[in-house]
Write a protein that binds this ligand. Structure first.
Ligand code: IPE
Ligand code: IPE
Ligand code: MG
Length: 262
């Protein structure tokens, strides 16, 4: 349900500019800037991660209300293990807390919770909370809320290759090799459409090993806003910008084709 009456005027006006018939089907977000948000306030980094949970709530709710089919959030990369152990421990604790507290609200909104990444390498207490959340929401038919955890784009591709090799790789090879479609079915995102819109907060112009295969033709939108400050208005801003883009997929603009430009 769209609770537009509770929204600030500016957010409401942005919402009015969105064409509901041309929404990105899959939005992926690199949530970045929690540490900088905390540093600006003289707080420990973990305070930034904690504040980032509000932004997660906003985008999950905002995307589901609009009718987006899939939302993927990058929460922890395979490279993030390089951080101090205390920060990693706090991030895992926050994730467990978030799932524990929010799963009923997520379920109540008919959202299906999923994860991508090497979940089996996470602490078993984290795995238990994830399994509970997946099981609780598995029958839901609304938005798919996908969290990338212990995720790496290269790790995903390597995992897909190894799975393919185990599942009759040589047979597939003798039969003429695999197609892009066959290969995509071995990725963590099997069955999901590729992201149409990739958002990164806090200004960094890089991909940081996120969904390398899937973002081949995603439209990229970067904001200076730090993740804990991100809200529905920023999500709407990104979607409005997305809807102004012309996606050509290597072809020609329909405008050019019509006028016969060579
Ligand atoms: C994003 O914020 C959260 C994770 C990567 C887990 P950061 O912790 O990367 O924040 P900055 O980049 O240091 O500001
Ligand atoms: C990307 O953010 C990973 C996640 C959002 C989980 P990082 O802060 O880890 O990325 P880099 O180090 O700036 O590339
Ligand atoms: Mg960062």
């Amino acid at each position: 349900m769209l609770r537009s009456h509770r929204m600030p005027k500016k957010t409401q006006s942005l919402l009015g500019q969105i064409d509901r018939a041309a929404l990105p089907v899959h939005i992926a977000i690199i949530m970045d800037g929690n540490g900088r948000w905390a540093r600006k306030r003289g707080l420990p980094r973990v305070a930034g991660h904690r504040a980032g949970i509000n932004a997660v709530r906003e985008v999950v709710e905002g995307s589901a209300e609009l009718g987006v089919s899939v939302l993927t959030l990058y929460a922890f990369s395979v490279e993030n293990w390089k951080r101090p152990q205390s920060e990693v421990r706090m991030l895992m604790k926050l994730l467990k807390e978030y799932l524990h507290k929010e799963i009923e609200a997520i379920h109540g909104n008919n959202i299906q919770f999923r994860t991508i990444g090497r979940i089996d390498e996470l602490d078993s207490s984290v795995q238990i909370e994830i399994e509970k959340a997946i099981a609780r929401t598995s029958q839901n038919t609304g938005m798919i809320f996908n969290v990338a955890l212990n995720y790496g784009g290269r790790a995903e591709i390597v995992d897909a290759v190894n799975r393919l090799l185990r599942n009759g790789g040589p047979t597939a090879f003798q039969a003429g090799g695999v197609t892009e479609k066959d290969f995509a079915a071995y990725l963590y995102t099997a069955g999901l459409p590729d992201p149409d819109l990739l958002i990164r907060t806090s200004g960094e112009l890089r991909i940081s090993n996120f969904l390398l295969w899937q973002i081949a033709y995603a439209e990229i939108w970067v904001t200076e806003t730090l993740w804990p400050d991100f809200g529905k208005q920023h999500l709407y801003d990104a979607i409005i910008a997305f809807q102004k883009r012309e996606r050509r997929y290597g072809g020609l603009s329909p405008r050019l084709v019509r006028t016969g430009t060579k």
